[in-house]
Design a protein around this ligand. Structure first.
Ligand code: NDP
Ligand code: 2IT
Length: 450
């Protein structure tokens, strides 16, 4: 049998995915982004083509879609759709977050699950990849409505997860409050205190120190490594950050701790610019405690203004951290940012930058860190939480943060090394995809055709 060339193979796999997943825009985007970079790896490893690694990798191992009925505060019956995509378990049990947002559909969950395969491999922790969620919209819901929804969601999810099978965590719309409700219901149904079945738990009942901060901190650690390689740093630099949730908040915190100046935050209604630097206590109060809109921040702070229309990417800065959602930074934004002298773009969110914008940054010599490498600190710390749960131990903050920092240094190094090895030094997109793919492909090869 003659093997197809890498180019023909990649084209064939792309065609199959396009055929099977017609209309799944986000999923197809994430698959194309990976396949576009794998030519050099396949040229070095024809055995991956022979073993059909990619043909298998692009098809989830299992997908579960279920009804989530619940009653709202007016006693009306509401129905949402829940799902869990168990994408790949070659490196360990399925691991990945749950997203509750009205835009959630199968395409979104599949793209996130697919990204998770590569991200989790880069962490060097023994975790496979999955993702789940619901089109439930937490905005404007009371805490008891959120609780009833979480309980109903878990009543089905319980059949599919477990500390050695699948371990969900948070993502958009799912933070420690929701993980608490989900864990409570899991415990009640199973009659087991299986701490390692969910991560992102409260630190008082099995959660890991620094898990809340880990994604944002990790992204800034990655940026620090990437800048250092180019002889630059974070200190004294202006940073624009999008989002005002978990990832954005702690990216801002770490930028400030490292002497940078974060000046923006946003939500789906608009953004704020605070030339004095973001007041973190106020941000946490408004968004975290009060769950209010970001406009409220500007109401209470003289140095800040609230802007609707346009985006944070219109604000000039050397560093950019997209930390809200997919495809929030387009080619139009990229052109503005390049003209304004941006030096580094580090993705805290998953796939926030469109492919056209990534290309513009790379052509302009802007350092660009893809989310699957730069935001891996969250899931890596989740894996540390699982280890602590299994050992019934608890690490202090210093140890937790220093482990996170070490992991992010390693992720940067393996990503950069792979970019060199496969012919495009400093192309972190190619580097992350190649390094992760080799790890996953070798494990799949070793474990046979399953
Ligand atoms: P949160 O729910 O805490 O915050 C999300 C933020 O993004 C909010 O400010 C929200 O604004 C904004 N946002 C969400 N959807 C949209 C949208 N469609 N348009 C505009 N703004 C939007 O989520 P996280 O901070 O946890 O997640 C942010 C990103 O980081 C996501 O891409 C997620 O997948 C990724 N990520 C998260 C990790 C984690 O550990 N939590 C780990 C790795 C990646 P609003 O309140 O108005 O909706
Ligand atoms: O996208 C992600 O990596 C997450 N939402 C975190 C997943 C996890 O299991 O901690």
């Amino acid at each position: 049998m003659t093997l197809p060339t890498p180019e023909t193979h990649l084209r064939d796999v792309t065609r199959i995915v396009e055929h099977r997943s017609t209309g799944e825009q986000e999923f197809l985007q994430s698959v194309r982004e990976v396949l576009d970079t794998l030519g050099p790896v396949l040229a070095e490893h024809p055995e991956f083509i022979e073993a059909g690694i990619l043909d298998r990798l692009v098809e989830p191992e299992r997908q579960v879609i279920f009804r989530v009925p619940w009653t709202d505060d007016q006693n009306r019956v509401q129905v949402n759709r829940g799902m869990r995509v168990q994408f790949n378990s070659v490196l360990g049990p399925y691991k990945g977050g749950l997203r509750f947002h009205p835009t959630v559909n199968l395409s979104v969950i599949k793209f996130l699950g697919f990204e998770q395969i590569f991200k989790n491999a880069l962490t060097s922790q023994r975790i496979g990849a999955g993702k789940g969620g619901s089109d439930f919209d937490p905005a404007g819901k009371s805490a008891s409505e959120v609780m009833r929804f979480c309980q109903s969601f878990m009543t089905e999810l319980v059949h599919h997860i477990g500390e050695d099978t699948d371990i969900p965590a948070g993502d958009i719309g799912v933070g420690s409050r929701e993980i608490g409700y989900l864990f409570g219901q899991y415990r009640r149904i199973t009659q087991r205190y299986e701490a390692g079945v969910l991560t992102g738990k409260g630190v008082g009942w099995g959660g890991a120190e620094v898990r809340t901060e880990a994604t944002g901190y990790g992204a800034v650690f990655f940026a620090q490594e990437m800048l250092a390689r180019a002889g630059q740093g974070i200190e004294g630099r202006r940073a624009v950050v999008s989002g005002s949730g978990n990832v954005a908040t702690y990216a801002i915190e770490k930028v400030q701790q490292l002497g940078g100046k974060a000046i923006t935050a946003s939500d789906s209604s608009g953004y704020i610019v605070d030339e004095a630097g973001i007041d973190l206590e106020l941000l946490k109060q408004v968004k975290g405690v009060e769950r209010a809109r970001i406009s409220e921040y500007a109401e209470r702070r003289q140095s800040a203004r609230y802007v609707t229309g346009g985006s944070v990417w219109d604000v000039p800065a050397e560093l950019a951290f997209p930390c809200a959602t997919q495809n929030e930074l387009t080619d139009v934004h990229a052109k503005t940012m390049i003209a304004n002298g941006v030096r580094a773009v580090t993705e805290g969110a998953n796939m926030p930058t469109t492919p056209e914008a990534v290309e513009l940054f790379q052509e302009a010599g802007v350092l660009f860190a893809p989310g699957k490498a730069a935001n891996a600190g969250g899931v890596a710390t989740s894996a540390l939480e699982m280890s602590q749960n299994a050992a019934r131990s608890r690490w202090d903050r210093d140890k937790s943060e220093s482990r996170l920092h070490g992991i992010m240094r390693d992720v940067h190094e393996s990503t950069f090394d792979a970019s060199e090895r496969y012919g495009r030094p400093g192309d972190y997109v190619l580097g992350a995809n190649s390094a992760a793919f080799v790890t996953v492909a070798q494990a799949m090869l070793a474990q046979g055709v399953i």
